[in-house]
Structure formats: structure tokens, C-alpha cells
Design a protein around this ligand. Sequence first.
Ligand code: NAP
Length: 434
Amino acid sequence: MSVFRIAIVGAGPAGYFAAQALQNLQSDDRKFEIDMIERLPTPWGLVRSGVAPDHPKIKTVSKVFEKIATTEGFQLFCNVELGKDVTVDELAASYDAVVIATGTSRGRKLAIPGEDLRGSLSAAEFVPWYNAHPDYVEVDVPLDTDTAVVIGAGNVAMDVARMLALEPKELDSTDTANHALEELHKSSIRTVHVFGRRGPEHAAFTSPELRELPKLEHTDVEIGECDIEDAFERASAEGELPKDVKSNLDAMMLIAKTPKQGHERSLNFHFLASPIEIRGKDRVEEVVFAINEVKEGKVVTTEDTYTVKTGLIISAIGYEADPIPGLPYDGGKVTNEEGHVANSNIYVVGWAKRGPSGVIGTNKSDAATVIEKLAANLDIPKSSEGISKILNERGLIHVSQSAWERINAAEVAKGEVVGKPRVKFVDRKEMLGL
Ligand code: NAP
């Protein structure tokens, strides 16, 4: 029987689904020893530090991850950073194959004047801040303003806008980071504006997320009925409406038609507007938008502008990978040919491979395809002790699966006392001490 040793770098959804695909390919003739390596002291990637706290159902996929992790032949090495504690070349030499599943953690920039002012943030900072990511505890999120602006018409923009527009009491029973919950309770924000640069027919929101919005108990959600009627007209002029576009526009029309309750808090959607400048002396004071229009099916920017007063602007316009030394990058992702890094035993899955698109489940089929290719390219197993030997030689402490289970149990126990699913640790030392 051949036993191949595979390293998976990144303990998020794409990494776990890659491990599962390897486990599924095992037979009496072929086994895989899987070492999953993760920079943070905790696994689960975006399921822990990306998914919005008021979406606990999405996080139940972590049960699948734990089943994969407790299957024979799987070992977890958290608190080990590729490019710092161990190099790409070392892993490539020690393993039969290396799978990169490190995602895309940098927020794309708007590249407009004023973007660096205080009060201008990326969702790539705000989301991990409210999700207790240890690297983002100190992010400065000024909430002492009555109006917030969110740029982007995707699901991340929607998460960010909802988190700002919700009555914070609704988050008390969630796993929102304590430091963020405290600040959100003190927040002066009552009006949140979301801006898409194209029309509603081109919005990247998905309809289940849109359909949740009219159910918000303490926030009125506003979309202009005329905006949706115009979008239906434009989209229909191009032929039969694609199913997802129709479903989205129907969901937006439902929001537009839902009677408003006169709540103090509101979440407002605007379309065909591109931010062109952020202004302010020491911090954000206003954002200037160019009005766009659709001409012959194309979105064009006009000379007309308007200004929105705000003290907080969060851009949620996509992500790109933070490059790891020793890996080739292009266009914000690892350079690859259908998941294979040319002339190497290195493969890539998830957002690091295809860019920041798709929901958690998308990574399952995506990883399975790449892992099939990886398995087909394997020849004679290498004899190596993998990362354990390297870590021992360097005296580096990692968080194993059993250590992670202790952290997990301690977080859940802390949560039970206060009626939350968990209270996340944010301090690395505290986690390493368990
Ligand atoms: P996304 O879906 O690609 O949306 C990005 C948005 O940013 C688009 O509306 C895009 O507009 C806009 N944008 C890009 N550059 C811009 C610029 N310079 N100025 C103004 N707007 C700009 O990305 P995402 O929201 O980051 O989400 C990433 C993936 O995660 C998506 O597949 C999403 O569905 C998924 N996700 C799912 C959930 C969930 O299931 N609940 C939650 C969060 C994220 P254009 O279309 O005009 O480029």
C-alpha cells in the first residue's frame, strides 16, 4: 500500500474540503497522511472570522470540519505560518504534494482621494474586528456618527450594513466579539446607506440574504420602487430574465413594497453611484458620488455628482490574496492552471485559486476537482516526517487538534454562562496556554 503525505495550508472551508476530497479518494492500495497547517491558533477560517454572527446556521458546517479533522490520518498544526515559520520550498520538499488554501485576506482598494482618512475602512478590517480575529482587535472603527456608508453591492456589503444597522441587542446572544459588541452598543449610527455602482439587475447580492431584510425587527429597509421597476425594464429588454436576476429583483421589490415601521434605524440601498472622493479634515466627513447611467446596456459615469455626509465609510468591493513568499501571484490570487502551480507539486484551492467568489459550499466541488488532479499526478511516496520534524528542530509550539478542542470547549463553556454559542478568545497567549 502507498501512503502519501500531503500538506494543506489554511484551515478554512477550502482546506477542509480538500482534506475531505483526499479522504474520499483513499482505498486499500492508497492512503493519505494529511497535515493541515494554519497561521492562527484556531482553525475554521472564514467560518470563524468571516461569517456574520447573526448567521449561526451557516457556521454549522464546522461540524463537518471537525468530522474531517478527527478522521484517521489527519493532523492539525495551528499557529504555524507559511513563509515565516516554514518556507514553501521546505514543505514542497517534505511532502508528496502541498495544497494552498490560504484565501484572500486583503480588501481591494477604491483608489480614490481621501481613502486613508480616519473612518474609512475596508470590510477586510471591519468583519474580522467584529468576529474576534486576533489580528484585528485594535482596528479603529469610529461609530460616533449618525450615518454610515457601505460601498459595494455584494453579500459582504450586506453583512457589514446589517451589522451596523441592527439594534445591537439583537447581537447579544451571538458570538460577536465582546470588544465589538461593546462599541456597537455605544454606536450613534442610525442610518446606513449601501451603494452599488451598477443597477439592481447587476447586484451581486443573493436572494436568500435579501429576503431576510424585511424581517429585521428594529430597522426599516428602503429600496426605491422606481429603481427596481427600471431595472426590470432594462434587464427584460435584453431577453428573458436569468433566474437569479429575477429572483434578486423580486426580493428587492418585496423590500421596496414592505411598509416601513418608522423605526429610528434604517438601511437604505442606492444604485448607479460610484464614490469618487472621500473628504474630511482629520477624519471622514463626506463622500462624493458620481451618478452613473445605463446606455445601450453599458454603465457609464456622468458629470453629475452628489455628496453624502458621513463619519464612516466601509468598502466591501472584493478581496485579494496577501502574497506568501515563494508562491507566484497574479491578479490577487496564486498563479495556477486549474489549481496546479506550474512545474511543482503545489496545488491551490478556494479563493486563493479562483479569487473571492462563491459561497462556502462552492469550495467543496472546487477542491474535489483539484484533488483528483493532485492524486492523478502522484507517483512514488516520499519518505519524510513532514512538518513535525521542522517544528521540533525550531522549537516552535503549534496548536494540535486536541489543543484546539480544549480552546473550543473553553469558548463554548464561557458562552453557555451568558447565553451565547461561544465567547471567542482574542488573545493568542491565552489560547496557547490552554
Ligand atoms: P462580490 O459578490 O464580488 O461583490 C463585490 C461588489 O463590489 C460588487 O457589487 C462590485 O460591483 C462592487 N465593486 C467592485 N469594485 C468596486 C468599485 N471600485 N467601486 C464600487 N463598487 C465596486 O464580493 P463580496 O461581497 O466580497 O463577496 C465575496 C463572495 O462571498 C461572494 O461570492 C459572496 O456571495 C460570498 N458571501 C456569501 C455570504 C452569504 O452567503 N451569506 C456572505 C458573505 C459573502 P460590480 O459588480 O460592478 O463589479
